[in-house]
Design a protein around this ligand. Structure first.
Ligand SMILES: Cc1ncc(COP(=O)(O)O)c(C=O)c1O
Length: 381
């Protein structure tokens, strides 16, 4: 089988698995315990924080371990909302965020916050002008993703962050779950206050992630308890997960410059092949998009039917973001980008990871041609 669903999750690197196994076997003390085993576990934690900080260009004290992207996004958004509600109750985000941002914003609306969901252009991109128009004296938070998980659009985080420097009291959160290791990320330079990451998107374990929080920024914790993670995220630390994530970060960081070029080539190979398929429309922007995500539609061909036909040929792909893949509705991300309903319903996402090769892309394109020929006579959306 050939796995082409790396935006949903990635295969853990064998070195990550080995690190986790060793950590579970050896360093199973609780880092809060005072005895030697506790101290050893605490050292693993410190070392992992150091590696993560180095990979992100931040201080170790700015790294907070969480259970993943969803928790980091919830902590960032609710943490700011709870802390600064007396200063203002207006939040700005976009119409194309992951559910772990959009649904949190909707939840906050039920608690009296007002949220502006910025529109995007036909490339799925927000404009600085629409952000400027949306800003209000009571805006406390702007939350915008770096790379879109369905189509791969890269948002202009640098420009947004630079503009937001004019508003030192407005906090800038970035969901970078799909971007780490795939797209350059400059947290300090771009004025990012809070940033979310998830290890299982870069060949690390699932159930572990990071919230980067700028030094001196105060937000309310979501989880109260034993006061771990500087009081921001109570709960006994997931040391094997944290060690595994640190390993995956180091590997991704070391490989990034070459890997980005390699993925870009694979993406180009895929797009060229897709363009040869009659009627195939590429939903991923041609410029400023991540190297690992390609979204396309073959109109008239129901995405789910094609997905299962490809599966029967030995290829795993997806229709949209993993958490909403079972929904029958067309993707709100594609609709927000102005893609017509029928084309959105036909959309498939290919997402690449470090084990995918040129041969696999060739094989995939041949299989896709076969599937299209087979299904086309019976097509029905
Ligand atoms: C852009 C984005 N944000 C957040 C998440 C949620 O991350 P996690 O699965 O670690 O909760 C995902 C996962 O698909 C994602 O793609």
């Amino acid at each position: 089988m050939i796995y082409l669903d790396n935006s949903a999750t990635t295969q853990p690197d064998p070195q990550v698995i080995e690190t986790m196994k060793r950590t579970m076997e050896t360093f199973y003390g609780n880092p809060s315990s005072l005895h030697r085993m506790g101290v050893e576990a605490e050292n693993v934690l410190k070392q992992a924080r150091q590696i993560a900080a180095q990979a992100l260009g931040k201080k170790p004290s700015e790294i907070y371990f969480t259970s993943g992207g969803t928790e980091s996004n919830n902590t960032a958004i609710k943490g700011v909302a709870m802390r600064y509600k007396d200063r203002g109750r207006h939040i700005i985000t976009t119409q194309v965020e992951h559910a772990s941002v959009i649904d949190v914003c909707r939840q906050l609306e039920e608690f009296g916050f007002e949220v502006t969901y910025l529109p995007v252009d036909n490339q799925g991109r927000v404009s600085i002008d629409s952000l400027k128009q949306a800003m209000r004296p009571d805006t406390i938070l702007v939350s915008i993703m770096h790379v879109n998980n369905e189509v791969g659009t890269i948002q202009p985080i640098n420009q947004i962050g630079t503009y937001l420097k004019l508003f030192p009291k407005v906090i800038f959160h970035v969901d970078a779950v799909q971007s780490f290791g795939k797209v350059p990320l400059r947290i300090n330079e771009w004025g990012i206050d809070l940033l979310s990451l998830s290890a299982h998107k870069f060949h690390g374990p699932r159930g572990i992630g990071i919230l980067v929080k700028r030094e001196n920024l105060q937000i309310e914790p979501l989880l109260k308890g034993g006061g771990q993670e500087g009081g921001l995220r109570s709960g006994t630390e997931n040391i094997p997960g944290i060690a595994g994530m640190a390993k995956a970060m180091r590997l991704a960081d070391e490989a990034a410059s070459k890997e980005i070029i390699r993925l870009q080539k694979l993406k180009q190979q895929l797009i060229s092949g897709l363009e040869e398929i009659n009627g195939c429309e590429i939903n991923t922007p041609t410029e400023n998009s991540a190297p690992h995500i390609i979204n396309f539609s073959i109109p008239g061909m129901k995405a789910e039917v094609l997905l299962h036909a490809l599966e029967a040929e030995g290829f795993y792909v997806s229709t949209r973001s993993a958490c909403s893949a079972k929904s029958d509705e067309p993707s709100p991300v594609l609709l927000a980008s102005g893609i017509p309903v029928e084309r959105a319903k036909a959309a498939l996402r290919i997402s690449l990871g470090k084990s995918n090769t040129e041969e696999e892309i060739d094989q995939f394109l041949q299989a896709l041609q076969r599937c299209v020929k087979r299904i086309l006579p019976y097509r029905k959306v």
